[in-house]
Design a binder for this molecule. Structure first.
Ligand SMILES: Cc1cc2nc3c(=O)[nH]c(=O)nc-3n(C[C@H](O)[C@H](O)[C@H](O)COP(=O)(O)OP(=O)(O)OC[C@H]3O[C@@H](n4cnc5c(N)ncnc54)[C@H](O)[C@@H]3O)c2cc1C
Length: 416
């Protein structure tokens, strides 16, 4: 008698588990149950409609450092299925990926539909059944079988279950999983931008600085990289990374905290003071506002000078020490009060989920319930932006598929 696998959730992790399990073990009957009327909906909108499939990082230790939660867990799983494997997996199915300057990898078509079409083709090829508009409400393990109840009152029985239901924003949404004996890390948002309501800097919206250093001193967090000023506050890779690393502490602060920005990462206040003394001589007759010797965007330079009380007609030789000190402080330690967050529309994730200590990263199997597997964002794993979240979704889906296929004797060996 053939065995059955039910995958709960029709996202990246669920599809990858379903396809690979069916492919590795053709005797397995595989069904995906999806609560909504859409499949792979996040894949569709991901990366601005281009799908940032993975990141061009080929060192497992290096790659794992991009996961604020689950670093050690993903490292183990990556030993089974890594970036090189997903690139090859798609290429073998006619989907070529390209790498952008910052390491993000996209299909060469620049369309997420290419990824969706490929995954849909594979589900058809391996006869994966898909049930939509069907929400799993409860899951019980009795007499070595799972009994699954769905919102459309269908009752399914299965030998294996893989939960790939994605991240839930509220702890209560995990109740049906807690009933299985699993515990959860409180969910909190990750990958958001910082709100600075009514802050004068917002008038510089659209200005970006290629390399800045942002600190959150209360939580000893610091990130360096591009920063973008928006009409509501601060965004850009450095801010998003800070939001990911600090997701839990920032949630506890109710997203009210102080940030300190160094716009000139090559300097601190002391070394900048020395540079200013030099500039007072070399640029003595030039207007401070006009002469920006650091390559900062001119609107930002003018704004910081203005905030420091520097008049537009002042020349370097006239710069009084009080205003000079303020200017140096604003350039190296510009302080702002963050009040709230805005979800980053391009790529947000939920930190938190099923506790990792209860799942084996070598198989993705539950340590509480036999033949119960997890994949994707439902677990307490999340990465920073750049393709890390999808890589983990593919990896965890594949590892679960392999473990399920391997546990059935008629496994087809030798395939990747
Ligand atoms: C706008 C946006 C853009 C993104 N862009 C990128 C990117 O370019 N690169 C990157 O690496 N990451 C990106 N991410 C993050 C990435 O999309 C997620 O990490 C990834 O999709 C998680 O996959 P998953 O399969 O675990 O969960 P999901 O994709 O969330 O899929 C879970 C599925 O399970 C279904 N479900 C939930 N509960 C039940 C239930 N009880 N019964 C049945 N079905 C259920 C849901 O409806 C959903 O379809 C982006 C995220 C967003 C929101």
């Amino acid at each position: 008698m053939s065995k059955q696998l039910i995958v709960i959730g029709g996202g990246a992790a669920g599809f990858f588990c379903a396809i690979n399990a069916a492919r590795m073990n053709p005797s397995l009957k595989v069904t995906i149950i999806e609560k909504s009327s859409k499949l792979l909906s996040k894949v569709k909108v991901s990366g601005g409609g281009r799908c940032n499939v993975t990141h061009a990082c080929f060192d497992i230790a290096e790659m794992s450092k991009r996961y604020p939660r689950g670093q050690h867990f993903v490292k183990k799983a990556f030993h089974q299925f890594f970036t090189t494997d997903i690139i090859k997996w798609f290429e073998e199915r006619g989907v070529k990926l390209k790498t952008e300057e910052d390491g993000r990898m996209f299909p060469i078509t620049d369309s997420s539909q290419t990824i969706i079409d490929c995954l849909m083709r594979e589900t058809n090829k391996y006869q994966v059944e898909i049930l939509m508009k069907s929400e799993v409400r409860s899951l019980k393990y009795e007499n070595e079988k799972f009994q699954i109840e769905t919102s459309d009152f269908r009752c399914q029985a299965s030998d294996f279950v893989c939960i790939a239901s994605g991240g839930y924003p509220k702890s209560s949404m995990f109740d049906w999983l807690k009933e299985l004996g699993h515990s959860i890390e409180e969910p909190v948002p990750s990958l958001f931008t910082f709100n600075l309501p009514q802050h004068p800097i917002a008038k510089l919206m659209g200005v970006s600085v290629e390399n800045s250093k942002i600190k959150i001193p209360n939580f000893r967090l610091e990130e360096q990289g591009p920063l973008l000023i928006t009409h509501w506050g601060m965004s850009g890779p450095a801010v998003l990374r800070l939001s990911a690393w600090g997701a839990k502490q920032l949630a506890i602060s109710n997203w009210q905290f102080v940030i300190i920005i160094n716009w000139l990462t090559d300097f601190n206040e002391q070394s900048l003071r020395e540079k200013f003394n030099e500039l007072r001589n070399t640029n003595a007759s030039q207007k401070i506002i006009n002469k920006n010797p650091f390559g900062l965007p001119s609107r930002l330079w003018e704004f910081l000078a203005e905030q420091s009380g520097i008049k537009s007609e002042w020349r370097w030789a006239d710069l009084p020490s009080v205003e000079q000190n303020k200017f140096i402080k604003n350039l190296c330690n510009y302080e702002c009060d963050v009040k709230g967050k805005t979800t980053f529309k391009e790529e947000f994730v939920t930190a938190g989920g099923i506790k990792l200590s209860e799942v084996d990263p070598n198989t993705m199997m539950s340590k509480k319930v036999p033949n119960l597997f997890f994949a994707g964002e439902v677990l307490d794993v999340d990465g920073i932006t750049g393709g890390f979240n999808f890589q983990y979704a593919w990896t965890s889906g594949w590892v679960a598929a392999k473990a399920i296929a391997d546990s059935i004797s008629s496994n087809v060996k030798g395939e990747t």
